[in-house]
Ligand binder design. Sequence first.
Ligand code: ADP
Ligand code: MG
Length: 368
Amino acid sequence: MFRLTNISVYQFKNYLHSSFSFNERIIGVCGNNGVGKTNLLDAIYYLCFTKSYFTKSDAQNVRYGAQGFRIEGEFEVNDECEKAVCILRETGKKEFFWHEALYEKFSAHIGKLPCVIIAPDDVQIITAGSEERRRFIDALLCQLDAKYLQSLMDYNRTLQQRNSLLKALAERKQHDHHLLDVYDEQLVKTGTYVFEERKRFSENLLPLVKKFYVEIAGADEPVDIKYESQALSSSFENLLKQFREKDLMLQRSSIGVHKDDIDISMNGQSFKSFASQGQRKSLLFALKLAEFEILKNEKGFAPLLLLDDVFEKLDESRMQNLLRRACIENSGQVFITDTHGERIKSHFERLSIKYQLIDLYASGSLTL
Ligand SMILES: Nc1ncnc2c1ncn2[C@@H]1O[C@H](COP(=O)(O)OP(=O)(O)O)[C@@H](O)[C@H]1O
Ligand SMILES: [Mg+2]
């Protein structure tokens, strides 16, 4: 069993100093726009991933006018009490503690507190470029496999170095093609591991996505999803050799797992170009629930599920299907935000589930 029992946030986004205790499995968080619902979910996300889901720079999450922030959380993981603390010092240095011990590498924390978040802009996973889909699959794999995370970090570093070298070679500031061989060798090694894991996991993930899609959309629409990688046709080693001249000309790397994608179609047509908003949302939930299912099976307990404003723009029946799946057919802890306390209450009551409702407006935690 896995629960977050309490969290304290200091100078984090709109919060000055607030603490919350969670004593139910299902937690509704309500309040008007701008009260800090998403920020609270992001604080939880921070404790699981050592970073924000929404912003790239830690400094952006410091409360305006303040210096540094701190997030503390207490978790119950299989009857053990665990404590995670994330501090951004006034100097801008980030520290992460697990049971009072400081991590040397934040990557060692990833996967200890598994978590799946669904936020309104996540529909970009379906509609935007391939980067969003790689980010999605990486979020899953990094929580499962430390070697994957390490390989991916090494791969990205080498890729940057290789791209800089390609530029330097083109501008004749560098003449050393031997170094390019070295980078290619590293890319092949780390990239092949990333490719093989993505391929293996896609085989588990994609059938689940199809199953959840039918369940949520409530219709047997034949959605087809496949993993795409250049390495499916030939090895990275061969491809890198073949495309070296082109890379030198383009001054960037055209081969590798940074080009991978997940192709989604329905009735033979590209899903994103014709699917309705409702179909896109259903598919997004299906992707996330499949991620959730795999994490649960691999970890042996349900991850935290953070649902941000999922009630918006979803029809009643899809909403009920989603809530049933997220809250009843799941034994894990769920955080759900909504602007309307009454709406959230009536949904929970219709499903006859026990819940805790946190009204951010009423709780006095708003210190703007
Ligand atoms: N670094 C920050 N310092 C102070 N306030 C912030 C910071 N970042 C975001 N906010 C404020 O937080 C509020 C949004 O909070 P959010 O959690 O997104 O609200 P909602 O309840 O609508 O989800 C906005 O009013 C925004 O100005
Ligand atoms: Mg919000």
